[in-house]
Design a protein around this ligand. Sequence first.
Ligand code: NAD
Ligand code: UGA
Length: 458
Amino acid sequence: MSFKKNILCIGAGYVGGPTMAMIAAKCPQYKVTVVDINQKRINEWNSDSLPIFEPGLHDLVKVARDRNLFFSTEVEKGIREADIIFVSVNTPTKTFGQGAGMAADLQYWEKTARQILANSDHDKIIVEKSTLPIRTAMAMERILNGGTGNLRFEVLSNPEFLAEGSAIKDLENPDRVLIGSRETDHGLKARKELVEIYANWVPREKIIESNVWSAELSKLTANAFLAQRVSSINSLSALCEVTEADIEEVAYAVGTDSRIGNKFLKASVGFGGSCFKKDILNLVYICQSYGLNEVADYWESVVLLNEWQEKRFVFNMLSNMFNTVAGKKIAVLGFAFKANTGDTRESPAINITRWLLEERALVNVSDPEALGNARKDLNDIREGIEFIEDPYKAAEGTHAIAILTEWDMYRKLDYKRILDSMAKPAFIFDGRNILNHKELFDMGFNVFAIGKAPLKHF
Ligand code: NAD
Ligand code: UGA
């Protein structure tokens, strides 16, 4: 079968895999190849046991795999054949040198740029899919145009807005697709080609076009705004806990104002995920490097508040459990950074579990999908921790339960059965406000939720 064009995606992670599966499923006229240097990941993409858990992903992959969707480790071959290359490699926070702990680490990104140049023999469109600092397209262009000068590489920015756990829904029916390009004839032509691909399933009015810098900055801004809402509501959750206001009632009352809107106002133990913190710190670093220190401080406070919210949760546990958890068993229910994903990157559960262990608590970690990652996150810990998938077993004999992920299954547990199996007095700390607190209190639990007055029997 001959295809209209060859699309390549470099990076078969949480973004590359699902986005390319959607493009392949919706555009059978294109051949879509996803390459990665990680052989294990590629083998999993080619099997029935995909490397990431995402509702609906397996069915989507099955639609197109081996028809016009291929997963491979042959990066150079993929580059040679491709007309359009999405780059979706990881861009974590730098851990070394200048900007350590703040700036984006662009080494994987730059390596792909050089690899593209070394293996190209015809013009290509390069699409930034990874989240990148503003003006990265300029660096990409400079590397790509450092060759013989016979080839044309047009660099587009097409940031991804999917959220984990709802990736397939978000890809199928996005709020918008953003495509930025240079505003030259060649840039606009390349932009049009990408618009054409998305227009196979995304309504035209949802495809936003912009200059390349606006597209790059819009991605960082969107994540900063989302995280800012969570930190805003979390900051007020602390005030609610000491004033008997209820954060859910406040969020509802505030969110019904159509100018504010009701989404992303769920108070929690803190936001996690691979991107919010990394992208905000990246934004902070960029602002600092332009001398915009007030702007940098403003956004950094969103991250600082989030760290405080995690610490506050552990402090609440400690102070309410008579100022000591040493030798006490605690069940951590939920280790993923949000429900419906096995991803634990930057999950509040990591810090909270570590702090509880530092206080010499004995922690049983439970999660329906994330125990594999939890084991890796805590693999340096030698004692005091157990990983138990069954939440009833994890809660048995414990003094306290901490709900750290809003898995639906935790709403439906038989809490009477759990209470009967626990040490008394029994504590429950609902870090996601998913339980019926009054019912649990009447049953005999001492209940501590986020942004609500505590319900205790003493
Ligand atoms: P990931 O770590 O899951 O996947 C990245 C993949 O790139 C890895 O499998 C890695 O092996 C591969 N890779 C790195 N260098 C390579 C190279 N030179 N050649 C081939 N493969 C290479 O990361 P992710 O979560 O998919 O994120 C990718 C980008 O998308 C990041 O910039 C992130 O900020 C952004 N993003 C992520 C999400 C999300 O929900 N995870 C959402 C929107 C945007
Ligand atoms: C987020 C954005 O929502 C995506 O648009 C973006 O593409 C992505 O980051 C990215 O760039 O990686 P994600 O991190 O997968 O997606 O998940 P979110 O649903 O945004 O949740 C992030 C964190 O905030 C989770 O820990 C979640 O529990 C927390 N959260 C979210 C709250 O505590 N309260 C809320 O009201 C909403």
